[in-house]
Design a protein around this ligand. Structure first.
Ligand code: ADP
Ligand code: MG
Length: 996
C-alpha cells in the first residue's frame, strides 16, 4: 500500500453493470479491469522497471509514457504530481515520490527509480499507482475509468481499447514487452468532447480525479472517482442538447402494472406513473430517455418488458441492483433524497406502483454523482391517460421531432413550430408536441392564450422581445442547486431575473387564464437580483482562474489586492523615488530579476559620491560597476505584489462561492420562474407561427368528427414557395366516413395528405392553431401511423416483420376514439398476400375497433370495400392524363380509382422506352387473365366467421405458385446446379399452365 493510500470506499455494493445496448462492451468491461492482478503487473515486471532508459521521461512511473508519441516531453510529466521534494521528510521509500521539479526529472532518470519500483512492487505485484488505479476501477464498476494523470485522463486495459476504438485516439502501451498495458488518454483540457462521444454511444465514464493538492501530497497524490458520467446524468450545458430534455428513466414491474419514474437532472424534474404493460412502449418513446435503468435480474434474463423498452428507445439500458428496487429501500431512498418524512405531501401513496422505480432511479443518480446533491426537490405524478399516445413508429413517421430519412431536426414539425425564444421553451415545446392533450378544457385554455396573443400584437411583441435569448435559468438553477454553477451561470441568472418584472407586467395586461396565471406566478427576486447586480462583474470572466468574476467595489480587500496588482509598477517607482531622495542618491534604481526578485542597484560611483550606502541595505550581488541590495521594506513590497494576484484569486474564489451559495438558496424559486417562462414562451411561439403562417384556431370538442377545410401540411407548406401547396379537405367521423381509402398513383400526394390530417389533429390537441381555413377536431385518444415496409429503415428484423409487428400493435391498441393512418400497409410482401392483409386489416379496423382511419393504398382493388360498408369513403388524388403523360394535381376528390398509373410514373422516372412498352404488353395480358379480386364471401375476420380463403391469383396460377416458391428461396443456400435445374423446371411449368 502506498503511504497515502487512496479512496478505500470501494467495497460499495453499487456496481451498476455495463449498458446492455452496447453489447460488444459487455465482455470487454468484464475482462477489462476488475481488480485483476494478473500478468500485466507481476512483480517481475513492474512498470517502471520495464522502461527502457532512453524513453523514460521521469523518475516516477506515472510520468513515463513510453511509446506515446502524442505528447511533448513537457506535458508528459504529470504536472499535478510535481510537488517539490521535501527532502527532510523522507517518507517510506516509494516509487511515487516526486524527485524534483518537472524540468529536473528527466536528468535524474531511471536507474534508481527503476530499482526502487522493482523493489517496492511488493506482494500485490503492482506499483502503488497501479494499485490506486485498480481500486478506482473497482469502484467505477463497469464504467470506463478516466484516470487523471497530470494533463491527461488515461485509460488502461480494455477501457483503453474501447476508448481508442470509439474515440479514434491512439492506443499506446504503458511499459513494454509482456508487462505492456494498453493505454490511451485524452487531454484534460479537451476531455468534454470525448466524454460526450462516449456517453452518446451508451458508455458510462467514471472520472477519477486528483482529490488532493499535489503540493500537499506526501508521495502519491490521492485520487478518487468523483463522478460517473452517464447519458442520463449530465449537467453540463456543453454535454446537453439545448432544446431537449435529457431523461433518466427507470422501469420496474409492480404487480399487474409497471412503475415508471424519470428524472431530468439538468432541470430537476422528477415524475412517476403506473401503467399497464401494453402502454409501456408509448410512454417510453414519448419520453425518449437518454438512459434506462432496469432491475438487474430482468435485464439479464429473458423479458418481454425489456424487449418492449428496447423497441421503444435506442437509449442504453443499465442494470440496477435489485435491492435498490426493493420497495422498502426505495421508499427510504426517496424520503432521504427529497428530504421529507412522507411522500403524501406530493400526493403520493407509499404503495404507489412506481415507488420502487422512483427510489431506484434516484439512488442511481446519486450513486453517479458520488453523494453530490441531486437537484430534485419534488416529485410529481404523471397521468398517462391525460395525453394522446403516440408510439415510436408514429412519432417517427409523422416526423414530429426529426425527419425519418436523415434524423435531422430540419424538416420536422418541431422545426416549423419552434418559434420559442428560450431553451426552456424549446424543451417544453418538444415535450408538448409528443404529448397532445385529451382534455378539451385544457386544450381550449392553451388555444385561448394563443388566440389572445395573436390578436394582441403589442403584448405579443413585448413578450417576444423579452423572451428572445433569455438565458436557460432552469438548468442554471439546477447546477446551482448541485453546487456546480459557473460565473457565466450567475450572469445568466442575473439576465434572466432582470427580465422577470417586465414579463409579468406584459402578461398582466392579458385576459386568457394561462397568461394571467403566469403573470401572477412570475414573482421577481429583487434581493437576489440586487446582489448579483452589485457583486458580479459585468460580464464576469468565464472561469475563476482568470479572475475578474467579482465586481469592483463589492469587496474592499479584493479591490485593494487588485489595485496592488495593477499598481505594482507604480508602487515600485514610488519606492525608488523615495529611497533616492531620502538617501540623496540620485542614481538609485530598483530592478528585478528571477533570482533575487526586486533589488536596489547603486553604482560604485554613486555610492562613493553619497559617502556609502545606508546601513539598512543588505548587499546581495556585486557587479563590475555596481552593487545590488535589498531592504526589508522592499521585500515586503515585493511579497505583496507577487502574491496579490494569488491572494486576489483565492479571495475571489471564496467570494464567488458565497455568491453562488446565496443564489442556490433561491434555486427552487428560480426553477418556478423558469417553468413559467417556458410555458409563456411556447404559447407565444404558437402565436408567432399562427400569425406568420396565417393559421386558424380549430374548434376542439369530444365529438367524433374531424372536419378540416383547406388543410395544408404544416411542414411542406412552409418549405414550398407560397401558394404552391394544394390545400385539401377531409371529413372523418364514425357514421359516414369512418374509413377513408385514398387511392391514386405514386407521387400523387397520398402520403402527404394522410400525414397532414394526423399532424393537424396533433397540433390542435397540443393547443396550437392549424394550417387550414377551418377545422373541427373531435379529440382522439391515440394517433397511430404505419407505413408499408419498403420505406422502412429499421434494422434487425425483416422490414415486413416490422410492418406487421407495428400493425399488430395498432390492431391491439386502437379504440373507437383513435385516429389510424395507414400508408401502403401490405406492401412489404407479395401482391396477393399484401392485398389480402390490407383488406382484412381494414375490415377489422372498421368493424371491430371502429377507429377513424385513413388508408392510403396503391391496391385500388380495396375501393370495393365501400360497397360493403356504409361508412367507407373512397377518395383519390386527381391526376390529369393525356396520352401517356400525367400531371399530379395533388387534389383530393371523391371516388376511387381503378388504376395505379405505375407505368406512367415509371416513364416519368426515366425508365427506357422499350421497358415501358414491354411492361404495357405484359400488363394487358395479365389484366385479361386476372379474375375479379374481391373476396368471394361477405364473411369477415371481424365478423368472427372464418372468411372464404381466396384462391385466385393476380397472376396466372403457375406464375403465382412459382413466385411464391421464389420468394421462399434462399439463393445463398442453393448450389448453382440446383439453381439451374429449378430454372428449367419453372420454365417447363410456365409452358404447361395446366400443371402448376
Ligand atoms: P404518394 O404518397 O401519393 O406517392 P406523396 O405524398 O409522397 O405521394 O407526395 C409526393 C410529392 O408530391 C411530395 O413530395 C410533394 O412534393 C408533392 N405533394 C404532395 N402533396 C402535395 C400538395 N397537396 N401540394 C403540393 N405538392 C404536393
Ligand atoms: Mg406514399
Amino acid at each position: 500500500m502506498s503511504s497515502t493510500g487512496g479512496n478505500t470506499s470501494n467495497d460499495t455494493p453499487w456496481l451498476f453493470g455495463a449498458p446492455s445496448a452496447v453489447p460488444d462492451e459487455d465482455a470487454e468491461g468484464e475482462s477489462g479491469a476488475g481488480a485483476t492482478t494478473g500478468a500485466p503487473d507481476t512483480p517481475s515486471a513492474p512498470d517502471a522497471g520495464a522502461l527502457p532508459k532512453q524513453t523514460a521521461s521521469g523518475s516516477q512511473p506515472e510520468a513515463a509514457v513510453p511509446g506515446d508519441a502524442r505528447r511533448g516531453t513537457g506535458s508528459a510529466s504529470p504536472a499535478g504530481e510535481s510537488a517539490p521534494a521535501n527532502t527532510s521528510a523522507s517518507p517510506p521509500a516509494s516509487d511515487a515520490k516526486p524527485a524534483g521539479k518537472p524540468a529536473g526529472r528527466k536528468a535524474r532518470a531511471t536507474g534508481k527509480a527503476a530499482g526502487r519500483a522493482a523493489g517496492k512492487a511488493g506482494a500485490a505485484g503492482l506499483s502503488p499507482m497501479m494499485q490506486q488505479y485498480h481500486r478506482a476501477k473497482k469502484d467505477a464498476g463497469d464504467a470506463l475509468l478516466f484516470f487523471r494523470m497530470g494533463d491527461f485522463y488515461e485509460l488502461f486495459h480494455e477501457d483503453a481499447k474501447v476508448a481508442a476504438r470509439v474515440l479514434g485516439i491512439t492506443l499506446t502501451a504503458r511499459s513494454k514487452g509482456e508487462a505492456a498495458i494498453p493505454m490511451a488518454g485524452v487531454p484534460v483540457k479537451a476531455y468534454k468532447g470525448y466524454l460526450q462521444t462516449l456517453i452518446k454511444r451508451g458508455h458510462r465514464v467514471a472520472i477519477c480525479d486528483q482529490v488532493q493538492d499535489p503540493a500537499a501530497a506526501k508521495g502519491l497524490v490521492e485520487r478518487r472517482v468523483t463522478r460517473i458520467v452517464t447519458a442520463g446524468t449530465v449537467f453540463e450545458d456543453d454535454l446537453l442538447e439545448r432544446g431537449a430534455s435529457n431523461f433518466l428513466l427507470a422501469v420496474a414491474p409492480a404487480g399487474e402494472q409497471l412503475g415508471l419514474a424519470w428524472i431530468e437532472i439538468s432541470t430537476g424534474a422528477f415524475r412517476l406513473c403506473a401503467l399497464p404493460a401494453a402502454r409501456l412502449a408509448d410512454e417510453v418513446s414519448r419520453l425518449d430517455p437518454a438512459e434506462v435503468l432496469l432491475p438487474e435480474s430482468l435485464l439479464n434474463g429473458e423479458s418481454s418488458l425489456v424487449d418492449a423498452v428496447r423497441r421503444a428507445t435506442p437509449a442504453p439500458l443499465v442494470p440496477g441492483p435489485e435491492w435498490t428496487f426493493d420497495r422498502h429501500n426505495a421508499t427510504e431512498a426517496l424520503l432521504a433524497g427529497l428530504g421529507v418524512a412522507s411522500l403524501q405531501g406530493f400526493g403520493l401513496e407509499h404503495d404507489h406502483p412506481a415507488v420502487p422505480a422512483a427510489g431506484a432511479v434516484l439512488a442511481y443518480a446519486l450513486h453517479n454523482q458520488r453523494g453530490e446533491a441531486i437537484p430534485v426537490s419534488a416529485i410529481g405524478l404523471h397521468d398517462p391517460d391525460a395525453r394522446a399516445g403516440l408510439d415510436r413508429a408514429t412519432r417517427s413517421c409523422l416526423e414530429i421531432l426529426s425527419t425519418q430519412r436523415s434524423g435531422q431536426r430540419e424538416g420536422s414539425l418541431l422545426s416549423v413550430m419552434d418559434a420559442t425564444g428560450t431553451a426552456m421553451g424549446a424543451r417544453l415545446l418538444r415535450d408538448w408536441l409528443v404529448a397532445p392533450l385529451i382534455d378539451t378544457d385544457a386544450i381550449n385554455r392553451r388555444q385561448g392564450a394563443v388566440a389572445e396573443l395573436v390578436s394582441r400584437s403589442d403584448v405579443h411583441a413585448a413578450l417576444n422581445d423579452l423572451l428572445d435569448g433569455l438565458p436557460d435559468i432552469e438548468r442554471v438553477a439546477s447546477r446551482l442547486l448541485a453546487g456546480r454553477g459557473s460565473p457565466r451561470d450567475l450572469a445568466g441568472l442575473r439576465t434572466g431575473l432582470r427580465a422577470v418584472p417586465a414579463l409579468a407586467q406584459a402578461l398582466a395586461a392579458c385576459a386568457a387564464p394561462p397568461l394571467l396565471e403566469a403573470a401572477a406566478r412570475l414573482v421577481p427576486q429583487p434581493e437576489l437580483l440586487a446582489l448579483l447586480e452589485r457583486a458580479l462583474a459585468e460580464p464576469p470572466a468565464a472561469t475563476l482562474v482568470d479572475g475578474g468574476v467579482i465586481a469592483d467595489g463589492w469587496n474592499p480587500p479584493l479591490d485593494e489586492l487588485r489595485a496592488l496588482r495593477t499598481n505594482g509598477a507604480d508602487a515600485i517607482a514610488r519606492f525608488q523615488a523615495e529611497e533616492s531622495a531620502r538617501h540623496r542618491i540620485p542614481g538609485l534604481k530598483v530592478g528585478f530579476n528571477r533570482v533575487f526578485g526586486y533589488y536596489i542597484e547603486i553604482s560604485h560611483a554613486q555610492a562613493a559620491q553619497a559617502g556609502g550606502v545606508p546601513e539598512s541595505y543588505t548587499r546581495k550581488q556585486t557587479l563590475t560597476s555596481a552593487e545590488r541590495y535589498i531592504t526589508p521594506e522592499l521585500k515586503q513590497l515585493e511579497a505583496s505584489i507577487l502574491t496579490a494576484e494569488e491572494r486576489g484569486r483565492s479571495l475571489e474564489a471564496q467570494l464567488f462561492g458565497e455568491l453562488r451559495a446565496q443564489a442556490a438558496a433561491q434555486g427552487e424559486a428560480v426553477r418556478e420562474l423558469a417553468r413559467e417562462i417556458a410555458r409563456v414562451d411556447v404559447l407565444a411561439g404558437f402565436a408567432s407561427v399562427a400569425r406568420d403562417r396565417g393559421w386558424t384556431r380549430p374548434a376542439v370538442d369530444d365529438g367524433d368528427a374531424i372536419d378540416i377545410k383547406d388543410g395544408r401540411h404544416p411542414v411542406l407548406d412552409a418549405l414550398l414557395p407560397a401558394g404552391q401547396f394544394v390545400p385539401n379537405d377531409v371529413l372523418l367521423d364514425h357514421d359516414s366516413a369512418r374509413l377513408v381509402l385514398i387511392t391514386g398513383p405514386n407521387m400523387a400526394g397520398k402520403s402527404t395528405y394522410i400525414r397532414q390530417v394526423a399532424l393537424l389533429v396533433l397540433l390542435a390537441q397540443v393547443g396550437s392553431f392549424v394550417p387550414a381555413s377551418e377545422a373541427h377536431i373531435g379529440v382522439v385518444d391515440r394517433i397511430f401511423t404505419r407505413v408499408g415496409a419498403a420505406d422502412d429503415l429499421s434494422g434487425g428484423q425483416s422490414t415486413f416483420m416490422v410492418e406487421m409487428t407495428e400493425t399488430a400493435s395498432i390492431l391491439n391498441g386502437a379504440s373507437k376514439r383513435s385516429l389510424v393512418i395507414l400508408d401502403e400497409v401490405g406492401r412489404g410482401t407479395s401482391t396477393w398476400d399484401g392485398l389480402s392483409l390490407a383488406w382484412a386489416i381494414s375490415e377489422y379496423l372498421y368493424r371491430k375497433l371502429g377507429a377513424r382511419t385513413l388508408f392510403a393504398t396503391h391496391y385500388h382493388e380495396l375501393v370495393a370495400l365501400a360497397e360493403e360498408f356504409p361508412a367507407v369513403r373512397n377518395v383519390n388524388v386527381s391526376v390529369r392524363e393525356w396520352g401517356d403523360d400525367i400531371a399530379f394535381l395533388h387534389k383530393i376528390v371523391p371516388g376511387g380509382t381503378d388504376r395505379s398509373y405505375g407505368l406512367h410514373v415509371a416513364r416519368l422516372a426515366g425508365l427506357p422506352a422499350p421497358v415501358i412498352e414491354r411492361a404495357r404488353r405484359i400488363l394487358g395480358d395479365l389484366e385479361q387473365r386476372s379474375p375479379d379480386l374481391r373476396p368471394g364471401s361477405k364473411e369477415t375476420v371481424a365478423g368472427g366467421e372464418s372468411p372464404e380463403p381466396c384462391q385466385e391469383s393476380l397472376f396466372p396460377r403457375p406464375a403465382a405458385a412459382i413466385l411464391h416458391e421464389l420468394s421462399e428461396l434462399e439463393p445463398d443456400l442453393i448450389s448453382p446446379m440446383d439453381a439451374l435445374l429449378l430454372l428449367r423446371e419453372y420454365c417447363q411449368r410456365l409452358e404447361t399452365p395446366g400443371e402448376p
